[in-house]
Design a protein around this ligand. Sequence first.
Ligand code: ADP
Ligand code: MG
Length: 327
Amino acid sequence: MEFRLIDRLRERTAQNRGDVSLGIGDDAALLAVPPGMELATAIDTLVEGVHFLPGTAPADLGWKALAVNLSDLAAMGATPAWALLALTLPGAMAAEARIAFVDGFADGFAALAAPQRLALVGGDTTRGPLAVSVAVHGFVPPGQALLRSGARPGDAVLVTGTLGDAAAGLQLARHPAHGAVEPARAAFLAGRLHRPTPRLAAGLALRGRASACVDVSDGLLADLGHLCEASGAGAEIDAALLPRSPALLAAFDGAAARDFALAGGDDYELCFTVPAAGVADVQADLARLGCGATRIGCIVEGRGVRVRGEDGAWLETPRRGWDHFDP
Ligand code: ADP
Ligand code: MG
């Protein structure tokens, strides 16, 4: 049974890559890192009921399980190449349901993997509560990876795309009764939750230009907080500058939209710092790449992240979710 599933996964994710000497089928894959490159590797696990809602479409899960990992490579400025997949499927799932799940999962995974020419080279399939782990491997020229630790006081803080959409999409999925939201806007927010776009091209464009970079998975305050801590600096950002989509602003009031953008998480945008003189160039390049980049604040001496409210006063009241952060 497991072998049928693995065959289906292999067929649906097949990629021809010269650097894969041996893919799915043996006890281990054999892979060749291109000469002169450094290997960047990351892993993330999605557990039903913790990281995704029960009933999530298998294809969405396949996309997202890979997307959250590619986002980590993007944040390092690495080019993705290979992935491993550990699938845990409930024993109670009937054989046909297992096959339907794996087919859908593989199709969602491949929809994101194929344009990147990323090869699924192995994994593990086991029984238990529904959970998915993907590990990704990519390449970066030595010394050129984007680290969290290079931000310096005076650098500008920027973020790609828009923030808060996925958290808003999750809120709508959990509380379908929430006021009337135009179907197209609700679909946009749901898409941002289920099919995040890893900012791989942006990550490459930032090599040699961003002083520090992190992807926003736990929420801007948390992840910018990690960047600041690693850099031994602080940050001041302006709530009024947070990039928010028309759909988010139409579906939620200002305070909710701001909190989603600050602390919602699941955005998979890049938050990065650039010496002030380089900001305009970087913004022009990322605009050309389609995601854009918004300047939201700057790095300062000290530690922690402070947020200036729309009225100019520092936000002090801890809001929902803020206990994870250390302002
Ligand atoms: P082993 O018992 O030696 O670990 P398995 O029977 O678990 O081997 O797997 C057989 C082959 O199928 C291996 O090459 C493994 O990498 C691959 N494989 C198993 N599960 C998956 C999966 N979910 N996705 C991709 N490849 C898988
Ligand atoms: Mg073996």
